[in-house]
Design a binder for this molecule. Structure first.
Ligand code: PGA
Length: 250
């Protein structure tokens, strides 16, 4: 049985004050949603504060990105060990905003996945097609290519330490959610692709949906057989909305 995971991706949002307020709201509401695993991924600078406020709670935390390097002269970069030092459990890799705005290739994302794994973090690997790619009918090809780059580097057993998030780029921050059927089709495809290498890994792999997930659509999405939770952007910045999604996943 796969335990659902609801992870908040705060992106580049918040202030020290708003982070404190949001976490107080989450902590006071989280007891009711104990069957789902819950995590938040703040911007790096807020991680120590998040650790201070969430330590001992039911909520985990993680980074939004990491370096492929272990340490050294890489200005602006953050290593897996640094995230671990501050209690991070998860790290997002290959978010479409990193792929498109920072030119991250499938190969680089695969190396980040490997670096996270080597550093004892659980990578949340994002895959997904743009609107243009969906209209061209190549959604499965794109997801397969992004997934295979990681399997080629770390093997299917290496993939097993992570979580996958299917995030159709056209649904991110747009208010346009994939229908539960559209999402389920791609999730089933991804699981099938993994099963070609290992049925066991495929069965245990958590595949989250991301893209305008809200309390109002979460239950139907997460209710699908191959959707094991969500990676939440906008709605993770409002305690009531994020908790609503956690409740739906419960
Ligand atoms: P959204 O973002 O929920 O605001 O669409 C999801 C994501 O980018 O992870």
């Amino acid at each position: 049985m796969r335990k659902p995971l609801v992870a908040g991706n705060w992106k580049m949002n918040g202030s020290l004050e708003s982070v404190r307020e949001l976490l107080e709201g989450l902590k006071s509401g989280i007891d009711a949603v104990s069957n789902a695993e819950v995590a938040v991924c703040p911007p790096y600078v807020f991680v120590p504060e998040v650790q201070k406020l969430l330590d001992g709670s039911a909520i985990s935390w993680g980074g939004q990105d990491l370096s492929v390097e272990v340490s050294g002269a890489y200005t602006g970069e953050i290593a897996a060990s640094m995230l671990s030092d501050f209690g991070c459990k998860y790290v997002i890799v290959g978010h479409s905003e990193r792929r498109s705005y920072h030119g991250e290739s499938d190969e680089l994302v695969a190396k980040k996945f490997a670096a996270a794994r080597a550093g004892g973090l659980v990578p949340i690997l994002c895959v997904g097609e743009t609107l243009e790619e969906r209209e061209q009918g190549i959604t499965e090809d794109v997801c397969a290519r992004q997934l295979d780059a990681v399997i080629d580097l770390v093997g299917v057993d290496g993939l097993a330490c992570g979580v996958i998030a299917y995030e159709p780029v056209w649904a991110i921050g747009t208010g346009k959610t994939a229908t539960p059927e559209q999402a389920q089709d791609v999730h089933a495809f991804i699981r099938g692709r993994i099963a070609e290498k290992s049925a066991e890994v495929a069965e245990g792999m958590r595949i989250l949906y991301g893209g305008s997930m809200k309390p109002g659509n979460a239950k139907e999405l997460i209710g699908k057989p191959d959707i094991d939770g969500g990676l939440i952007g906008g709605a993770s910045l409002v305690a009531e909305d994020f908790l609503g999604i956690c409740t739906a996943a419960n």
